[in-house]
Design a protein around this ligand. Structure first.
Ligand code: ATP
Length: 307
């Protein structure tokens, strides 16, 4: 299912004066949902705006649905949907009018009333854009991005600033788009959004992709995990360490509480339990703590996600 590249970026460079915002970035996004994560100023928006055709690269190659966004923009634009953070909307127009207007520009739009209902915009259809709340404006921007049934949609933090119910409706819509074969490039600062929605995550830092993979792959490969067990105090941790693979540590941080850190896989778990059996130790409790995407992000970029 994830075989088709929808976005291919090679050696992309973009400078603003002396500032290099994107610095030789390589990225392949395939069908499905790809989340682009990175700290503030990493170059996410610049990269995505180049893919959308809003900015020109200084060098490098960009293909979106096989097309060059600069030279083949007119052919590309009807096939993609873009959720803008702000702007691009006449503030005096009514929400439902705007959505119907965008729908009318496409050959096979989604049902406008159904979309309004799904995104909880039913009560504000007749309200002008400027009078909508921030969360309602974001939901309208999402609706406008998807109403034309694009093949690929670029979403910028679709769940940000929404109440829990609206957030869930938004995420459900993204899942349904994916199930309908629509590919999604999702820029987000929110780990839970990436974990919930993404097939693939690309972490961008200082203008480059520093890691890419499924959330599971990144959590498995990027950071060490921890196994904890409790037993009688004073066990011979040195002998446990000898049984464990290299690059694994074993300590007793508090009496009777043991911590093994490293790549925790089924084999390592078996080694620990078998060592316990050989030493007559019956662990009262044994647990494996997997690192979250947020831990991996911190490890890769050294920065908090919501800086
Ligand atoms: P954020 O998470 O804060 O939205 P980002 O990862 O999207 O950040 P970009 O907006 O692509 O990052 O910005 C990358 C760098 O380029 C930043 O240092 C930013 O200040 C700079 N930059 C972006 N747009 C411009 C511009 N129009 N003129 C000058 N510098 C810019």
């Amino acid at each position: 299912m994830r075989s088709e590249p929808v976005v291919q970026v090679q050696a992309l460079v973009k400078r603003y004066g002396t500032k290099t915002a994107v610095d030789g970035l390589d990225l392949v996004a395939r069908t499905g949902v790809t989340a682009v994560l990175g700290p503030n100023g990493a170059g996410k928006t610049t990269t995505v705006e180049i893919c959308e055709g809003y900015r020109r690269p200084d060098s490098g190659t960009v293909r979106v649905l096989g097309l060059d966004p600069v030279t083949q923009g007119p052919a590309l634009r009807p096939r993609i949907g873009v959720m803008l953070q702000s702007g691009g909307v006449y503030s005096g127009a009514r929400a439902d009018e705007m959505l119907r207007h965008v729908a009318a520009l496409h050959a096979h739009p989604l049902d406008v009333d159904g979309l309004i209902e799904r995104l909880g915009l039913g009560s504000c259809g007749r309200t002008t854009y400027r009078r909508l709340s921030g969360g309602q404006q974001r939901r309208l921007a999402l609706a406008m991005a998807v109403v034309g049934r694009p093949e690929l949609v670029f979403l910028d933090e679709p769940g940000a600033g929404l109440d829990p119910q609206a957030r869930r409706a938004t995420w459900d819509l993204v899942r349904d788009l994916r199930a309908d074969g629509v590919s999604v490039i999702l820029t987000t600062h929110h780990m839970d959004e990436a974990e919930q929605l993404a097939d693939d995550v690309a972490v961008i830092d200082a203008g480059r992709v520093v890691a890419q993979g499924s959330p599971e792959e990144l959590c498995r490969g990027g950071a060490e995990n921890t196994l904890r067990f409790t037993g009688r105090p004073g066990l011979d941790v040195g002998s446990l360490l000898k049984a464990l693979p290299a690059n694994t540590s074993a300590v007793e941080p508090a009496p009777g509480s043991y911590r093994v850190t490293g790549t925790i896989d089924p084999q390592l778990l078996a080694t620990v339990t078998s060592w316990c059996a050989q030493n007559g130790v019956m662990p009262d409790r044994i647990s494996v703590e997997r690192h979250t995407l947020e831990d991996v992000f911190l490890e890769l970029t050294g920065k908090e996600l919501r800086a």
